[in-house]
Write a protein that binds this ligand. Structure first.
Ligand code: NAD
Length: 295
């Protein structure tokens, strides 16, 4: 049995938001620049509404300027492309976030391709993806960046570690693998077709679960002392007919085996918005050729 440290994502996110706020205040004092983040919401998906609202609050609290653009659920792709073009050209906007999912008449890939890569604070544009994999200066997707911040804080150096990422989405799994490779980990990217996933997972010093499958990773899949980052957010039936959130890792089983683990909720989740603010600040500095704050 090892004593498992439960990683406090809320505290790490609050600390990152404070660092962003301090750097933004310094930028404003030095050059009068207030980084601007535009959130675009098409339709009224309830989860997206909540997310956009908490983003707006965090943006204000960090001293950045937040702008919200709403289009009706029936908006055409051309309308959204026109809005993106307007935001690309607006000097007050440093970051553009188009909230996914989009309604079926709009192709998300065409929208992402239309974003100015310098303002693509979600890091989804092919130019940022290419830069990430080729070691250039990319804007990196927020959730995997948040995972990396937690890993660095938890384990210090990652060089040489065996890292296993479960899930190969463009939003989480693939960029996570690229980031861990850049940290000199030996990286395995596992997915739904991987053979003998438990054996692959058991190799991991660092295990990142991002499959979106409730409690897929059992305690027996985890190497003694491994650091486990649980990205999954799954709603399952709980006691008394109420639903509850669980991750992709069977948390109770991992206790006593993992060296450290992120809980769900309260682990990776809070980091995502904090990283979005960081990306907006970084984008504002890069676009103007100013030195980047180390946040
Ligand atoms: P996705 O559905 O796009 O991708 C899931 C990936 O997991 C796929 O590559 C698939 O191959 C793999 N997978 C599915 N079932 C598997 C299985 N049984 N075994 C091995 N691999 C399997 O999902 P996503 O957008 O990458 O999100 C993954 C999870 O992370 C979801 O629960 C999502 O809600 C959560 N998420 C959380 C945050 C956050 O802020 N904390 C952000 C984004 C996503």
């Amino acid at each position: 049995m090892v004593e498992t440290r439960v990683i406090d994502g809320k505290a790490s996110a609050a600390s990152l938001r404070r660092r962003v706020a301090a750097a933004a205040a310094e930028l404003a004092a030095r050059s009068g620049i207030v980084p601007g983040l535009a959130a675009v919401l098409v339709g009224a998906d309830p989860a997206s509404e909540i997310y956009v609202r908490s983003k707006a609050k965090a943006t204000r609290e960090a001293g950045l300027a937040g702008f919200e653009h709403r289009l009706p659920a029936a908006a055409s792709e051309a309308e959204l492309l026109a809005l993106v073009a307007k935001l690309n050209a607006d000097p007050a906007i440093d970051g553009i976030l188009v909230q996914l999912p989009l309604p079926p008449q709009i192709d998300p890939q065409r929208i992402i391709a239309a974003l100015d890569p310098a303002k693509d604070v979600d890091g989804f544009h092919a130019e940022n993806v290419g830069r990430l994999w080729s070691g250039g200066r990319a804007l990196v997707p927020c959730t995997p960046w948040g995972c990396l911040v937690l890993l660095r804080e938890t384990t210090g150096t990652l060089a040489g570690a065996e890292a296993v990422v479960i899930g190969r989405s463009n939003i989480v799994g693939k960029p996570m693998a690229a980031l861990l490779l850049a940290e000199h980990c030996t990286v395995t990217l596992a997915h739904s077709r991987s053979r003998d996933l438990p054996a692959i997972a058991r190799r991991a010093d660092i295990l990142v679960a991002a499959a979106g499958r409730a409690e897929l990773v059992r305690g027996s899949w985890i190497k003694q002392g491994a650091t486990v980052i649980d990205v999954g957010i799954n709603r399952v039936a709980g006691d008394g007919g109420k639903s509850r959130l669980v991750g992709d890792v069977a948390f109770a089983e991992a206790l006593g085996i993992a060296g450290a683990i992120t809980p769900v909720p309260g682990g990776v989740g809070p980091m995502t918005i904090a990283c979005l603010l960081r990306n907006t600040l970084i984008a504002a500095c890069r676009r103007r050729g100013l030195p980047e704050p180390a946040v």
